[in-house]
Design a protein around this ligand. Structure first.
Ligand code: UDP
Length: 370
């Protein structure tokens, strides 16, 4: 009988982390791989475009749960996921990252004795005001197989007493997508479409930056100052768009040097990252993508769960402060900013390693019960 592996996704960054799984699982004759989508992100720009562009396998199951409070969404995902796994009976449930839907699925699977594999395990910001930090810790406490992207992950998991033999440094699956789609990314014409040449690229969606009127006002002010130096491209996350309107900040952004767009599809977005003078962000994934591409990245957060992007890569944490940000932009412009290097196993083959580890996990299980 084939072993049944169920990968559960729910959000934009989840989708980007699993693009290469179906390709590698398809080469395993003893594994059946299915994809479940909880529906946490559902807008065309935050979801469908990634299936279209990146050839991600169509979800075998779509729970379509998105409206309601965070807790309500988590609870309903748990209920529906329970029904599904009782029927399907997977042998392994894989969850990526730190989003609510990954926690909900991991919790239910573990409760039914189904081993959980966590993709991007062991990352810690040590900031419990971030909902994602609680999710990371909770998921890792429900996990049997830990897939780690950077050395800090292994260190944290060992420090928390997790068994070394189940911690696998497989690398970064987000980079797999980047490597697989490089020719298409390079061929994008988005810069011509947007009319930009020498520009800063911005993404913001963390509650600390956008849900607070004072902080968002400072941020908008910094953006207008940056726009005096170069063009600014700002693809706006739905949450940020809502807040800009609510706090009546749209007029300030009405500037010929600021190009505001809806969230952009992956291919065009990465093309913009690759060619940006600097990326200014609070995203998790973008810190890694800039490190891989050697593009300077200023992360407007007090901490990061991805420290390798600072110690080895091109990332710097910055306060929400115009003087600090403008000084760093000047350093970058003058060519004195750090260059960075690509961390180990951020090489486009992390998904392949993960699939091989899953096979080894089942082999070991079989040997133990034989
Ligand atoms: N991304 C995208 N289009 C955009 C903004 C981001 O395709 O307009 C991609 C980005 O390249 C990265 C992922 O979305 O792969 C990051 O998602 P997000 O910042 O929403 O989540 P986080 O990584 O912070 O959890």
């Amino acid at each position: 009988m084939k072993k049944k592996v169920l990968t559960c996704v729910g959000t934009r960054p989840n989708l980007i982390k699993i693009t290469q799984f179906s390709r590698w699982f398809a080469q395993q004759p003893h594994i059946e791989h299915k994809l479940l989508h909880t529906g946490q992100h559902f807008d065309y720009n935050m979801n469908d475009v990634f299936f279209e562009e990146l050839g991600i396998q169509k979800p075998d199951v779509f729970l379509n749960i998105n409206q309601g409070s965070q807790i309500n969404v988590i609870a309903r995902i748990m209920e529906e996921f329970e029904k599904f796994i009782l029927e399907y009976k997977p042998h392994l449930v894989m969850v990526p990252g730190d989003v609510n839907s990954s926690f909900a699925c991991a919790f239910v699977a573990q409760r039914y004795g189904i081993p959980v594999a966590h993709i991007e395990s062991g990352l810690r910001s040590f900031d419990m005001t971030m909902p994602e930090e609680a999710n990371r810790i909770l998921i890792d406490n429900l996990t049997s197989l830990y897939f780690v992207t950077e050395p800090s992950g292994t260190k944290h998991l060992l420090g928390e007493g997790k068994s070394e033999e189940n911690i696998k440094y497989t690398g970064n699956t987000m980079i797999d997508a980047l490597v697989a789609f490089t020719p298409v990314i390079d061929a994008s014409t988005v810069r011509e479409k947007l009319g930009v040449k020498d520009y800063y690229l911005l993404t913001f969606h963390r509650p600390v930056n956008v849900d607070n009127k004072e902080n968002l006002t400072v941020l908008v002010d910094i953006i207008t100052q940056m726009a005096q130096q170069k063009q600014v491209v700002f693809p706006i996350h739905p949450r940020t768009k809502k807040r800009i309107a609510e706090f009546r900040l749209s007029d300030k952004l009405n500037n010929p040097n600021i190009v505001i767009t809806d969230p952009i599809g992956y291919i065009d977005f990465i093309h913009l990252v690759k060619n940006a003078a600097t990326v200014i962000t609070d995203s998790g994934g973008v810190q890694e993508e800039t490190t891989f591409m050697g593009v300077p990245c200023l992360t407007v957060r007090p901490n990061t769960e991805r420290p390798v992007t600072i110690t080895e890569g091109t990332n710097t944490l910055v306060e929400l402060n115009a003087a600090t940000i403008l000084a760093l932009l000047q350093q970058i412009q003058q060519g004195t900013y750090k260059k960075g290097k690509v961390p180990t196993f951020w090489d486009g083959r992390a998904s392949e390693r993960i699939v091989n580890e899953v096979v080894a996990f089942f082999d070991k299980q079989q040997a133990a019960t034989a």
